[in-house]
Design a binder for this molecule. Structure first.
Ligand code: SF4
Length: 194
C-alpha cells in the first residue's frame, strides 16, 4: 500500500467515534522522505485544535532536544511525526489526557511504518511508544528503558515525553540532558545535512 493511500485512510478514520468526547481528528505528518520519525503518545487538546503535531510547550522542549527551530521541525522533509494514536483521546478527571486508544496502533501502525522505508531513527517518546516498539526489550519502567538507550541504537531511541509533567524527571535524571540529548542532536544534524 502506498504512503498516500495509508495517509488517506488514516485521515478518513472514524473508528473511535462514539468513544471520544469529540469528533476524531487524526493528526499525522510524514512523507516518503521521512528519516527521523517522532513517535509520541497522542495529540493533546491544543494539537487537536491546530492539527499541527507538537504545536505546544511539549513541542518546544522536544525541538530543544533535537537542536532545531519550528521552521525546520515543520518544514524539513526528513522529519516526520506519527504518534501511537492520531486523535486526541480527551482529558481525564485528574486533568491529564487519557492514554492513546490501543486500537489506533493496531489498525494503522504496521502499514504506516511499512510505507516509510527511509526512516533511520525512530524516537520513542514516552512509555506507550516504547512498549509498543520494544516489546520484551522494554524495561519495566520508562526511566530504566531510557537509561538503556544505547541498547536500542542505531534505529530506535527512547526518551521521556517532553511534557512539563516531566520537568521534575529531567531534574532527577540529568544524564538525559548530558548524554542522550547531545547524541540525538548529532544524529539529527547529520540526517538534516544529507
Ligand atoms: S485514534 Fe486512530 S483509530 Fe481512533 S479514530 Fe483516530 S485515527 Fe482512527
Amino acid at each position: 500500500m502506498s504512503l498516500d493511500a495509508v495517509l488517506a485512510d488514516i485521515r478518513a478514520c472514524r473508528a473511535c467515534a462514539g468513544e471520544l468526547p469529540h469528533e476524531p481528528r487524526p493528526v499525522v505528518r510524514v512523507a516518503p522522505t521521512t528519516r527521523l520519525l517522532i513517535c509520541g503518545q497522542a495529540p493533546g487538546r491544543k494539537v487537536h485544535e491546530s492539527g499541527l503535531p507538537f504545536d505546544d510547550a511539549s513541542g518546544d522542549r522536544l525541538r530543544g532536544w533535537l537542536g532545531i527551530d519550528r521552521e525546520t521541525f515543520y518544514g524539513h522533509p526528513a522529519i516526520g511525526v506519527a504518534a501511537m494514536a492520531f486523535c486526541f483521546p480527551g482529558t481525564n478527571p485528574k486533568g491529564g489526557d487519557y492514554p492513546p486508544p490501543r486500537r489506533c496502533a493496531q489498525l494503522w501502525r504496521p502499514q504506516l511504518l511499512a510505507a516509510l522505508p527511509r526512516v533511520e531513527l525512530t524516537l520513542l517518546v514516552g512509555a506507550h511508544a516504547q512498549v509498543w516498539a520494544l516489546g520484551p526489550r522494554a524495561e519495566s519502567a520508562m526511566t530504566q528503558t531510557v537509561a538503556h538507550w544505547r541498547d536500542y541504537l542505531p534505529s530506535l531511541l527512547p526518551t521521556p515525553h517532553p511534557s512539563w509533567r516531566n520537568t521534575a524527571w529531567l531534574k532527577r535524571n540529568p544524564w538525559f540532558d548530558h548524554e542522550v540529548v547531545p547524541y540525538l542532536r548529532a544524529r539529527v544534524s547529520d540526517m538534516l545535512a544529507r
